[in-house]
Design a protein around this ligand. Structure first.
Ligand SMILES: Nc1ncnc2c1ncn2[C@@H]1O[C@H](COP(=O)(O)OP(=O)(O)O)[C@@H](O)[C@H]1O
Ligand SMILES: Cc1cn([C@H]2C[C@H](O)[C@@H](COP(=O)(O)OP(=O)(O)O)O2)c(=O)[nH]c1=O
Length: 192
């Protein structure tokens, strides 16, 4: 089971992945977490490029589209372990939302694993900017407004749940557990 967390920067993906992992493990499931960009050589290069002042310009975005697709191929074996619940912080859906040029990005990611479930943590852009470190050029209001709109459109093509990420951490966590429970054979009504 490959469950992907998506959302703009600061939406709470890593916080919620940790909470869901604890919950699933307490219910006897084997869980593995992955993060994109990864800690591979390609992932390290991506993180450097994300900090360039011109990172949101068209050619740098296309460069990132290529690198993200390569980085994700390096974790394909891990994502394909059907005995585990894989919780992923981002996927090729991030490339569709951030890098745009949808047809080209789809071709580049032809061999990327398709998620069984996408949880879109939908956060107000202003909250995202105030939560983020400000280190990356990506974390600006205009850019993220566009990314959020892209997500709401793209997500329709996938089995998904939209989670209101503006709520407190515990409420978001309980909404996520309720959304995931039926997919992993747990009782939705047993979650507070
Ligand atoms: N529901 C929430 N309400 C308020 N702050 C939150 C919430 N979820 C996460 N945060 C805080 O926002 C910041 C970004 O959260 P994080 O989980 O790293 O987001 P992401 O992985 O999506 O970038 C962290 O400081 C985290 O503690
Ligand atoms: C996976 C992926 C991430 N990104 C961007 C989104 C983030 O701004 C950045 C990842 O940086 P990161 O600091 O990990 O952000 P977050 O905590 O919000 O996930 O890379 C893309 O533009 N395309 C992609 O395909």
């Amino acid at each position: 089971m490959y469950i992907v967390f998506e959302g703009i920067d600061g939406a709470g993906k890593s916080t919620q992945i940790n909470l869901l992992k604890e919950f699933l493990e307490a219910n006897g499931l084997e869980v593995e977490c992955v993060v994109e960009p990864t800690d591979s050589e390609v992932g390290k290069l991506i993180r450097r490029i994300l900090q360039r002042p011109d990172s949101t310009t068209d050619h740098v975005q296309k460069t990132l589209g290529l690198l993200f697709a390569a980085d994700r191929m390096l974790i394909m074996d891990k994502l394909s372990d059907d005995k585990k619940v894989i919780l992923s912080d981002r996927s090729f859906i991030s490339s569709l939302a951030y890098q745009e040029h949808a047809d080209w990005i789809k071709v580049l990611n032809k061999y990327a694993k398709k998620p069984d479930l996408v949880l879109l943590l939908d956060l107000d852009v202003k909250k995202s900017v105030s939560r983020s470190s400000g280190e990356d050029e990506f974390e600006n209001e205009e850019f993220l407004t566009n990314v959020r709109a892209n997500y709401l459109e793209i997500i329709k093509d996938f089995n998904h749940e939209i989670i209101d990420a503006n709520k407190g951490i515990n409420k978001v966590s309980s909404d996520i557990k309720k959304a995931v429970a039926p997919h992993v054979g747990l009782c939705k009504d047993c979650i507070l």
